[in-house]
Design a protein around this ligand. Structure first.
Ligand SMILES: NC(=O)c1ccc[n+]([C@@H]2O[C@H](COP(=O)([O-])OP(=O)(O)OC[C@H]3O[C@@H](n4cnc5c(N)ncnc54)[C@H](O)[C@@H]3O)[C@@H](O)[C@H]2O)c1
Length: 432
């Protein structure tokens, strides 16, 4: 099949290359000329394990191409996937759909044969209806179909998630486009993925409801961790005890910092805003958002307590600053709240992240990036394990001590408290 991915970010690039690897001809389009030029030179603009090899393989065999020419790319494609960003609006909590509608307007003038337009971006219920209206201004309804096919891949696991999804959701209001999409996904269905066909609006809502539910699970266990800290019991016992119940499940039940990333914060806000428009109060999700927003202050308070409220001139190390491991994505990472706040109080901060320097901290006072774990730990008063990179899991802190011992605040519970304390370190973790 001839496919066009509009927007070559985490979703567009990963799904584009995976579709190409399944034998389709895929053109990945982006308006960012630098990004497309980099990709044409075989350089990958994002960090995602396994992506580089797969892109190079499919680019070399010419199943995958890159372009900034949207019109031409649409002309030559049968199915067009919209994969542009849907961030939160600058004011309010609803999704900013300007990128989606700009793309729809551009597609409007390029429909030269029957086209299936698929939103892979996460878009609020009724967005497909709006795209259909835009396209109808210049095209007969029989010449196109608008479909919702939300993407569920996780950064850091994106290729595996795309190739072996639990389910593929396709929301379309006509049989023809459903048949084409089912055919496109046939190689994944034959490997065990469930294919679920719904009406378009339902598919749009499934994505938001799923993300809101996962965010709720994380927030739930984070609050239980707060209680565990007060009572003096281990939240991990609670997670195991709860998670073994098949109705609950063990995933997303690990206590830690506030959830972040490019999806949960914006999607939880957007679903409540959509519901408000439909005069429905999603009070559970609203409290999840509030609880998560308070979480960074709560963990910061713990840092103040650990340092006896003396932050000025304290040397603090951050191990990992991305919102989770195996990605370079900094969007809505809790480190973006914690590091500036500690800097404001006079701390001197060094951070090490396996994906390197982050421009987000370039203007924050007394914050520097270092290239090795060793450099990051030198002279530190407090080491905060912020992201659960494998690189940190086997550090032997004893090897890095010269003079006084630093304190360790393990926000991801990756170390055994007993083992670290036996080495003479003051050690704090979450909910235990
Ligand atoms: N990142 C994830 O893990 C993930 C997972 C599932 C769903 N999603 C959803 O997928 C969508 C895309 O997310 P992302 O993280 O890939 O975004 P991203 O910011 O990484 O990529 C979006 C790309 O679209 C390009 N773009 C914007 N307007 C364009 C236009 N008019 N023409 C061509 N290109 C244009 C941008 O330049 C950018 O490269 C969002 O709705 C997001 O919620 C993301």
């Amino acid at each position: 099949m001839k496919l066009c991915m509009i927007g070559t970010g985490y979703v567009g690039l990963v799904s584009g290359v995976c579709f190409a690897d399944l034998g389709n001809d895929v053109v990945c389009v982006d308006k960012d000329v630098n990004k497309i030029n980099l990709l044409k030179k075989g350089k990958i603009p994002i960090y995602e394990p396994g992506l580089s090899e797969l892109v190079l393989k499919n680019y070399k065999n010419k199943r995958l191409t890159f372009s900034t020419d949207l019109k031409k790319s649409i002309y030559t494609s049968d199915v067009i996937f919209i994969c542009v960003g849907t961030p939160t609006k600058k004011s309010g909590s609803s999704a900013d759909l300007s990128q989606i509608y700009n793309v729809a307007s551009e597609i409007k003038s390029s429909v030269n044969s029957f086209k299936i337009i698929v939103t892979k971006s996460t878009v609020p219920v009724t967005t497909g209806d709006e795209i259909e209206k835009i396209l109808s201004k210049k095209n007969k309804k029989k010449n196109f179909s608008v479909v919702s096919n939300p993407e569920f891949l996780r950064e850091g696991e994106a290729i595996r998630d795309f190739t072996y999804p639990d389910r593929i959701i396709v929301g379309s209001n006509d049989i023809r486009s459903n048949r084409v999409l089912k055919n496109l996904y046939a190689p994944l269905i034959s490997k065990g993925a469930q294919y679920v066909h719904t009406e378009r609006r339902a598919a749009e809502l499934i994505k938001y409801a799923s993300n809101a539910f996962l965010a709720t699970k994380i927030t739930f266990i984070n609050e239980i961790a707060n209680l565990c800290e007060k009572i003096g019991i281990n939240v991990e016992d609670i997670s195991i005890g709860m998670g073994l119940d098949k109705r609950i499940g063990s995933r997303f039940l690990r206590a830690g910092p506030a959830y972040g990333g490019s999806c949960f914060p914006k999607d939880t806000k957007a679903i409540t805003s959509t519901a408000d428009k439909f005069k429905t109060n999603l009070s559970v999700i609203k409290s999840v958002i509030k609880s998560n927003e308070n979480r960074s202050s709560l963990l910061l308070n713990r840092v103040y307590e650990i340092l006896n409220k003396k932050i000025k001139n304290k040397k603090i190390t951050f191990l990992g600053v991305t919102f989770k491991a195996n990605t370079d994505d900094m969007r809505d990472s809790s480190s973006l709240i914690m590091i500036p706040s500690l800097s404001k109080k006079g701390a001197i901060i060094k951070y090490f992240d396996p994906t390197g320097y982050k421009k987000e901290f370039s203007r924050v006072k007394n914050v520097s990036n270092v290239n090795t774990i060793k450099e990051s730990l030198e002279g530190s008063d407090l080491v905060i394990v912020h992201t659960e990179w494998n690189d940190f899991k086997s550090i032997n802190f004893k090897n890095f001590i010269k003079g006084k011992k630093f304190i360790i605040y393990d926000m991801r519970n990756i170390y055994s408290p007993k083992k670290i304390r036996n080495q003479g370190f003051k050690y704090y973790s979450v909910g235990r």
